[in-house]
Structure formats: structure tokens, C-alpha cells
Ligand binder design. Structure first.
Ligand code: NAD
Ligand code: UFG
Length: 336
């Protein structure tokens, strides 16, 4: 099966590419490199021993996409390309809607033109907004609280309407919770530019001495230790979830919304302590004010994924912390 991955050199896309290549899929990588680097393709080559076609392109370029879908006889698209920073989306909403929503419409136009029938879409738990109950299942109301989340929900709605209008069209819409960790080789992983917004990359930069201490955003939440609780899931589990989703839409048409989470919540302090134990590094921290927009607890109900995808996250918080740290150590060795 021939798969086009958009956003393929990004953090999650590169791990999906690895898993699919290992399973024997022919993968074509597509990315405009706005938030990733061409070196990722070199790393994929080293890990897999295969030359993987990479196309430097933007999802807003419909004609280029049509050409690639035809030239590579693509059977399914795994669509990850998009901007993902919540704060940036509040500052630049038009840019987010243009890139994420207009970009996805452009991709769908190309898909329609070549009569392609299978899409896996990267959505986010952010579409649920503030949890009304826990664990969050797929029937939970959607009410995103920022333009990034809105852009994800709008793409979901567009894909849903298209699925209803097109016979034999199949979409797996995967709502990720908090992806962290890296491939065991340490050659690919999450490498955000500038000061990280998310917990795990921030902890890493404290561990390497780039940042002096972790700012814990509040210890007065309604949780067992007062710090925020999230559903962290290993990026390799996420990648394997995409493999299962491709199997699903190979055999089943129509629309499927599925949570990809571990179903398990961990607090900021639990993540910090586990990271210290696995890396053998001391992580200094200070308790600061709550971050605006943050919630107490969020974790997924995972039964639907288990039932429909026959997939379940299997890696532990230890694995997530160790692989993140291993990636940072390897990057340090390779860049020095
Ligand atoms: P990432 O930024 O590492 O990867 C996204 C990739 O898309 C980047 O390589 C970027 O260069 C590319 N891209 C952006 N706009 C593009 C465009 N117009 N044309 C072509 N390429 C473009 O982010 P990630 O963490 O790998 O996230 C991948 C997807 O998963 C995103 O759609 C994101 O919204 C979604 N998601 C991520 C998380 C998370 O916490 N990482 C959580 C939920 C959902
Ligand atoms: N946190 C800190 N200090 C930091 C960073 C984070 O204490 O420097 C805390 C947060 O307050 C929160 C927890 O760590 O309690 C996790 O925060 P992240 O920023 O890592 O993750 P979020 O749950 O806030 O958001 C992430 C993505 C969103 C996505 C959401 C749900 O950034 O894009 O998960 O999938 F929508």
C-alpha cells in the first residue's frame, strides 16, 4: 500500500513513517519544513536502511499534491501537516485557519480530484475543551477554547461532511491526548524551536542546563498533589495507532472518531520525579502561578480504540521519560 504522509518530517509524522515502513508500506514524505528539518529524512534512512521519497511542499499547493498522488499511486493519506502552538494561534488566528483549515481543504480537493478514498487525520483532545466528565470519551461535547483547537474541529467537520457526500470514503479521525517520548534509536524525537511550551521538552532543557529550573504552573489544582494531571502517551504508541487506523479504513468505510490516549493520568510532579529517576538528573523547580487556560485533569476513555482499532497504548511513563532523555543525549552527541 502506498501512503502519503503530510507533516511527515515533524515530531509525530516521522515516528509514523518509521512504523509504516517497518510494516512494509511504501511511504512518501511531504512537508514544507516550517517546523521541521530535512535531517529527519536522513535519520529515517539510517534507521530503516531505505531511501524514502521526500517532497518539499505545502499542503496549500493543490496542484503539486495532485501530481504526487498520481505519480506515487497513493492509496491513503495520513494527514498531520499543521501548526500546533496554542498561544501562537491566539496571536495569529488567520494564519492558523489559513494554514490548517485552508490547507486541509486544498488537500481534500486533490484527494477528490484523483478519487482517493482513505484518510487518517491527526486531531487533538483539545477539541473537547474543558472536560465535563472524566474519562473523556468520543461522545463528549466539543468546545475548543482557542483558534488552534477550533481549526482542528473545523477540519474534522469538513472531513465529516465530505465523508457523507462521497460513497466509499473512509476517515479515521484520531484525537491525540499528550504525545511524548521518542523512538528508541534516539535519532528522531521532539525538538521544538525556542523555549518549549510543553512540559516534557521543558524538563529536558532543564536537565541539559539550557534552562535553570522548571516552572510548575500551579500546585492548587483539584488533583492528588495539586499539580495538573494529563494523559501522556508514548509517540510510538501513537504511531502504532495509525497503523491500526490504516487497517481499519482499508476494510471499513465511513467516519470514525477515536481517542488515542493511554487512559492514565499523571501529575506534573509525577512526570518530574519519573524523569529524574530515569535520567539520573536533578530537575530544580519552582511553583508559579497557574497558566491561563489550563485545566485540573484530562485523560481519555480508551475503550473505543481497543474495540475498533484493536490497539492499546502499552508503553509506560518510564519509557516516555527514558526515550525523551535518550533522544536529547543523542542530539547532544551528534551536534557537538
Ligand atoms: P510538528 O510541528 O512537529 O509537525 C507538523 C509538521 O507539519 C511540521 O513538520 C511542519 O513543517 C509541517 N507543516 C505545517 N504546515 C504545513 C503546510 N502548510 N504544508 C506542509 N507541511 C506543513 O507537530 P507534531 O507534534 O508532529 O504534530 C503533528 C500533528 O498532530 C499536527 O496536526 C498537530 O496538530 C497534531 N497533534 C499534535 C499534538 C502534540 O502534542 N504534539 C497533540 C494533538 C494533535
Ligand atoms: N506545565 C508546567 N510547566 C511547563 C509546561 C507545562 O507546569 O513549563 C504543566 C501544565 O500546566 C499542564 C501540564 O504541565 O498541567 C501539561 O502541559 P503541556 O503544555 O505539556 O500540555 P497541555 O495538556 O497543556 O496541552 C497539550 C498540547 C495541546 C493539546 C493538548 C491536548 O500542547 O496542543 O495537550 O492534546 F491540545
Amino acid at each position: 500500500m502506498n501512503i502519503l504522509i503530510t507533516g511527515a518530517t515533524g515530531y509525530i509524522g516521522s515516528h509514523i513513517a518509521l512504523v509504516l515502513i517497518h510494516k512494509g508500506y511504501n511511504v512518501v514524505l511531504y512537508d514544507n519544513l516550517s517546523n521541521s528539518n530535512h535531517n529527519v529524512n536522513t535519520a529515517l534512512k539510517i534507521i530503516t536502511g531505505k531511501i524514502i521519497p521526500f517532497i518539499h511542499g505545502d499542503i496549500r499547493d493543490t496542484e503539486k499534491l495532485v501530481e504526487i498522488l498520481v505519480d506515487y499511486k497513493i492509496d491513503a493519506v495520513v494527514h498531520l501537516a499543521g501548526k500546533k502552538a496554542v498561544n501562537e494561534s491566539i496571536q495569529k488566528p488567520i494564519y492558523y485557519y489559513e494554514n490548517n483549515v485552508a490547507g486541509s481543504i486544498s488537500l481534500l480537493k486533490a484527494i477528490e480530484k484523483v478519487n482517493l478514498k482513505k484518510v487518517v487525520f491527526s486531531s487533538s483532545a483539545t477539541v473537547y475543551g474543558n472536560p465535563q466528565y472524566l474519562p473523556i470519551d468520543e461522545k463528549h461535547s466539543t468546545n475548543p477554547t482557542n483558534p488552534y483547537g477550533q481549526s482542528k474541529l473545523q477540519i474534522e467537520n469538513i472531513l465529516f461532511d465530505y465523508t457523507k457526500s462521497e460513497q466509499n470514503f473512509g476517515v479515521a479521525c484520531l484525537r491525540y491526548f499528550n504525545p511524548v517520548g521518542a523512538h528508541q534509536s534516539g535519532l528522531i524525537g521532539e525538538n521544538p524551536k525556542g523555549i518549549p511550551n510543553n512540559l516534557m521538552p521543558y524538563i529536558c532543557q532543564v536537565a541539559t542546563g539550557k534552562l535553570p529550573y522548571l516552572k510548575i504552573f500551579g500546585n492548587d489544582y483539584n488533583t492528588h498533589d495539586g499539580t495538573g494531571v494529563r494523559d501522556y502517551i508514548h509517540v510510538m504508541d501513537i504511531a502504532e495507532g495509525h497503523l491500526a487506523a490504516l487497517n481499519l479504513i482499508e476494510n471499513t468505510k465511513g467516519w470514525h472518531t477515536i481517542n488515542l490516549g493511554s487512559g492514565q493520568g499523571y501529575s506534573v510532579l509525577e512526570v518530574l520525579i519519573t524523569f529524574e529517576q530515569t535520567s539520573n538528573k536533578f530537575i530544580p523547580y519552582k511553583i508559579e502561578n497557574r497558566r491561563p487556560g489550563d485545566i485540573d485533569i484530562c485523560f481519555a476513555k480508551t475503550e473505543k480504540a481497543e474495540k475498533i482499532l484493536k490497539w492499546k497504548a502499552k508503553r509506560t511513563l518510564n519509557d516516555m521519560c527514558w526515550s525523551t532523555w535518550n533522544f536529547h543525549l543523542q542530539s547532544f552527541v551528534n551536534n557537538n
